[in-house]
Design a protein around this ligand. Structure first.
Ligand SMILES: [Zn+2]
Length: 454
């Protein structure tokens, strides 16, 4: 048992004062006392909020961040960016993948994420053949999580190039499995994970372009216990048009017609949804995984968050392409997208939570925790003590009324406001520093030079 103490902590009921958390030996919160004294508990040096779940990551893409901002074509888009991505994806060795991923996960801890769902679709050698150990690359992701971040590993089923079962291109051959090889990979990962306490395994389907309905049926039938299911959907207008040409329906409409999109489902992006789809997703309790900085960077479009949240929809946030690794930046862009569209301020809030930052942060943390299948996302009994401690010495927090604390961070501050990061009751980042950061950063530099100058 250990105990932590904070003068201010954001609980599900709002900000509380003089809060003592009692944790069990696995870092799970057993008891919360407010308006109390430390009684020997370790004091946390600033306002405490729940750690954020990153619901969608392709960690290796961190190496490409900021390298695709030179115009190649008059109509540059997601699809032209994807060509550069495939060039990188087809070069990486297992060691390089692990090094880049570990560095990206270190950055995530610095950016306020205490757990991450890795949407992992890089499975084979560059020639498309399986490695001697078919789970070689997925095990690199597992190894990289030793920075201390919670990991939800989502091996991705990717079979086809486009709607209607189009054969994959040579540039996609590292991604490709059929249902049998996918389930074998899944089983191998279950064994590799064993009883690791911070790791969860779940299935993912790349997109409706990449899998057939019969494949989704087969995988879900083989994994009846799964509590999470992730899939990219409706990210691009071209994808919506392609789906209509193939099926006569929009992607989310197609999915809603065939599956109960219950609380297990996390639909990544869902950018192009109409009002009916929004209401139905909210009603069936699926989570949407929004990645606003990636969606802005790729020119995807703006998710109708006001409509979705008014319908009672749930969401989490993700760093996806890693163009930004900052929980604050994702939430800021989520709100700003709605402001730019509405030509009004303060779009995402509720009558009981009028602070935009507090509304966004608590909903994203709670929805994200549920979407990644880990007991995180709120400071509450039974949840894991994944905590962010803001720096009360940071000038912008001096004299800051409690109701503005999160808005200072999300809209006006940055990573400097994060003083400590805790995962499962262990301090993994102190004064912004991680014990392994020199080694992890030096290894990343070496790999970046090998790949970019090699
Ligand atoms: Zn993605």
């Amino acid at each position: 048992m250990q105990a932590l103490y904070a003068e201010q902590a954001l609980l599900p009921s709002g900000w509380a004062r003089n809060v003592r958390l009692t944790l069990d030996c696995n870092g799970i919160i057993q008891r919360i006392d407010c308006n109390t004294i430390p009684h020997g508990a370790r004091r946390l040096p600033g306002p405490v909020i729940p750690g954020m779940a990153n619901v969608h990551s392709h960690a290796f893409q961190r190496l490409l961040a900021g390298l695709t901002e030179v115009a190649d074509y008059p109509d540059d888009s997601f699809w032209t960016w994807r060509e550069a991505l495939y060039r990188l994806a087809n070069r990486l060795t297992p060691e390089q993948l692990e090094t880049i991923t570990r560095y990206a996960y270190l950055e995530m801890l610095r950016g306020g994420y205490t757990s991450v769902a890795e949407f992992h679709y890089l499975h084979h050698q560059p020639n498309g053949h399986a490695y001697a150990n078919p789970s070689e690359l997925a095990e690199c992701i597992l190894a990289a999580a030793d920075v201390g971040i919670g990991l939800t590993l989502l091996p991705v089923l990717y079979t086809y190039a486009d709607f209607g079962g189009q054969m994959p291109a040579p540039t996609q051959r590292r991604f490709i499995n059929d249902v049998a090889s996918y389930l074998a990979l899944y089983d191998a990962l279950k064994r590799a994970i064993g009883k690791r306490s911070l790791v969860v395994l779940g299935p993912a389907f790349h997109s409706l372009r990449a899998v057939a309905q019969t494949q989704i049926d087969s995988v879900l039938k083989a994994l009846p216990q799964t509590e999470i299911i992730h899939m990219h959907i409706a990210e691009q207008r071209r994808e919506v048009d392609g789906c209509r040409a193939w099926s006569g329906q929009r992607p989310v409409e197609w999915l809603l017609g065939r599956f109960a999109l219950d609380a297990r489902w996390c639909l990544i992006h869902a950018t192009h949804v109409n009002t009916v789809e929004c209401a139905e997703l909210a009603r069936q309790q699926a989570t949407v995984g929004l990645c606003p900085t990636t969606e802005a960077n790729l020119g995807d479009g703006v998710f109708p968050a006001e409509t979705f949240l008014q319908a009672g929809g749930r969401f989490g946030i993700g760093s996806d392409s890693q163009v930004s690794i900052s929980a604050a930046a994702e939430l800021r862009w989520l709100e700003y997208g709605q402001r730019l569209r509405a030509e009004r301020r303060n779009r995402l809030w509720s009558p009981t939570q009028r602070s935009v930052g507090e509304y966004l942060y608590t909903h994203a943390a709670d929805g994200g925790g549920r979407a990644i299948g880990q007991p995180v996302g709120a400071i509450a009994s039974g949840r894991r003590a994944d905590l962010i401690v803001l720096d009360s010495e940071y000038p912008l927090l001096a004299g800051c009324p409690t109701e503005h604390l999160l808005n200072r961070w999300l809209f006006a501050g940055g990573k400097q406001l994060i003083r400590e990061v805790w995962v499962a009751g262990a301090c993994v980042l102190s004064h912004g520093h991680h014990p392994g950061e020199h080694e992890i950063t030096a290894a990343f530099r070496r790999v970046a030079r090998q790949i970019l100058n090699g």
